[in-house]
Design a protein around this ligand. Structure first.
Ligand SMILES: Cc1ncc(CN)c(N)n1
Length: 226
């Protein structure tokens, strides 16, 4: 049994909750409010900058060249593949990249990336791979589920979103993330596997909170004008 099979049993119910989330169903059927989508776009751009740092940390902590190549393949795919989606939508909305980058990360966004960066700094390459997994795998899972459930995407303003996360490139990036963790978890004692599992479950919960944050267009509870 692969380690990711064990993880699936722990996260399946959380991830099925994503598929019923109003933000996610709105992406699939095209009814999502544009303001909410723009909130996602801005928050997610700065999220992906921090997420990219994780892959650089993973490359640095890699035990061998093959592992280093896999982390850097993911880094390249995120910076030059996935983030192109965001830059494309931003251009459509007349939002400059500088504006995206000036976004102040919301409370949930800050908590999520800080959680991952903390584990990545303290742990080994397997811990970094565990931090990366829910992000890659769950978006691919959502993208593919939406593409199956809503095959008619022609008039959907979020068609590009669904196509990106269900498409070949992102599916391959996710395959790398899964292979990485399965390989790095091999031979680890149960105590360490349990910690890796906890990271994947907690990041899955953060993913749910991120959807909520975008649905409710949350930032911080009080505006202080930093
Ligand atoms: C919050 C979040 N989670 C996952 C992904 C997919 N890389 C994303 N873009 N943003």
């Amino acid at each position: 049994m692969k380690f990711t099979d064990r993880l699936w049993d722990s996260v399946e119910s959380i991830w099925n909750g994503y598929l019923e989330h109003p933000f996610v169903t709105g992406l699939g059927d095209g009814t999502l409010d544009q303001g909410k989508f723009q909130h996602w776009l801005k928050q997610d751009y700065v999220y992906l900058v921090e997420y990219s740092r994780l892959m650089a940390i993973g490359a640095e902590k890699s035990p061998d060249l093959k592992t280093m190549s896999m982390f850097s393949e993911m880094l390249h795919g995120t910076l030059f593949g996935e983030m192109e989606l965001h830059r494309g939508y931003a251009a459509e909305f007349g939002i400059l990249e500088e504006e995206l980058l000036l976004t102040e990360a919301s409370a949930v966004n800050t908590a999520y990336t800080s959680y991952m960066l903390n584990h990545a700094q303290r742990g080994d390459a397997a811990a970094v791979a565990a931090c990366l997994l829910a992000c890659a795998w769950s978006y691919n899972y959502i993208g593919r589920s939406l593409s199956d459930k809503y095959p008619e995407q022609e008039n959907n303003p979020y068609k590009q979103w669904v196509e990106t996360y269900s498409g070949e490139d992102f599916t391959s990036l996710n395959g790398t993330a899964m292979t990485l963790l399965n390989k790095l978890a091999e031979g680890k004692p149960e105590r360490e596997l349990a910690l890796l599992e906890e990271i994947v479950v907690k990041t899955s919960l953060y993913e749910y909170m991120f959807w909520d944050m975008c649905e409710n267009q949350e930032e911080w509870p009080i505006k202080v004008g930093l």
